[in-house]
Design a protein around this ligand. Structure first.
Ligand SMILES: Nc1ncnc2c1ncn2[C@@H]1O[C@H](COP(=O)(O)OP(=O)(O)OP(=O)(O)O)[C@@H](O)[C@H]1O
Ligand SMILES: [Mg+2]
Length: 302
């Protein structure tokens, strides 16, 4: 991390991986790296929360370890598990061959051979390239007990395995947590982290993202696409399109050889940007044309 000396360096590093971020996000990433604090990112779907961890790992040339959260996720799945079936086979084999030295067998059964390392334990292991990036993705999908457990794990970066003792990270991992805010994450956990709300990008930034992610799109089409999506986000929709949808849509339009937006083209390709039937139904008829007209008027005015 020797070359990350300031916020510009973070912006440059991420841009090198095709991730475009503004100064506030770059600042909080810089501080997370500099202070060794976990970074907690919240925001709507498809605004680039997960991607930032990937871009950071790639840019820093660190290993990316991802813990995907879901309801019912427990410590065994997140930290480690003993390979119980393999242990049973080893016991049976020892019995069959009369190798019955109990102490030796026990030591063997709790050796690395039978230890299944899950993401949180993997992240504590030394790595020649430097401490890994640990992405704890979609934390809002887990429950309170797991959050409490995580709070412990993140406070001292160590894990105790009763049969083996305590394993502590030589160099703590770079931790990024994300949430879609389907529920509030507990204050105690948030307090440990630096926080940033990842918002939808403004017009110039979304243009830049599209240039990075769909460089084959003509600038005139990209401008219309971004202006339309931005206008769409100001409408009363159940699920607003994220950056991921903007990129997808531009790629769909390219595949269809579209060079400019029209109400017909929009109606035919709405499935790339809106994923709820109610939202799609709202845009049928004259609505798509009205939004397109507004988007174009905005482009002309700028
Ligand atoms: N700032 C950005 N620069 C470049 N690409 C971006 C940016 N933001 C989003 N993207 C693109 O959008 C896609 C979706 O982003 P990502 O999966 O990180 O969203 P998310 O916020 O994690 O969404 P979800 O909440 O649904 O998981 C990425 O694959 C990436 O290509
Ligand atoms: Mg994500």
């Amino acid at each position: 991390m020797a070359d990350i000396t300031d916020i510009d360096a973070v912006q440059g590093l991420l841009a090198g991986e095709g991730y475009i971020c503004g100064r506030p996000l770059a600042t909080v990433v810089f501080l997370a790296l500099r202070l060794g604090r976990p970074l907690f990112l919240e925001g709507e779907a498809g605004v680039g929360k997960t991607e930032i961890a990937k871009a950071l790992a790639a840019g820093l040339d660190r290993r990316l370890i991802r813990l995907q959260c879901y309801e019912g996720l427990d410590a065994a799945t997140a930290v480690y598990e003993w390979n119980f079936p393999a242990q049973m086979v080893a016991i049976r084999t020892a019995e069959a061959t009369h190798q019955a030295d109990r102490r030796q067998l026990t030591a063997e059964l709790f050796s690395d051979e039978f230890l299944i390392e899950r993401p949180l334990l993997q992240a504590l292991r030394p790595d020649a390239r430097g401490a890994p990036v640990l992405l704890i993705d979609e934390l809002d999908r887990t429950d309170a007990p797991f959050e409490a457990f995580l709070l412990e794990a993140l406070s001292d970066f160590q894990v105790t395995i009763p049969e083996r003792g305590t394993i502590k990270a030589e160099a703590p991992p770079i931790v990024i947590l994300t949430s879609n805010r389907t529920r509030e994450v507990h204050d105690a956990l948030k307090r440990r982290c630096l926080y940033h709300w990842v918002d939808y990008p403004d017009f110039p930034r979304e243009m830049e993202i599209l240039r990075a992610r769909a460089p084959e799109a003509e600038a005139s089409l990209s401008r219309e696409v971004v202006a339309f999506v931005q206008q769409l986000r100001s409408e009363d929709l159940f699920k607003k399109p994220g950056v991921a949808e903007t990129i997808d849509w531009a790629k769909c339009l390219l595949a269809l050889d579209v060079i400019a937006l029209s109400p017909e083209v929009i109606a035919d390709t709405l499935g790339a940007i809106l994923k709820y039937q109610d939202d799609i139904a709202r845009l049928h008829g004259s609505e798509a044309k009205r939004i397109l007209d507004q988007a174009k008027a905005g482009l002309e005015a700028s």
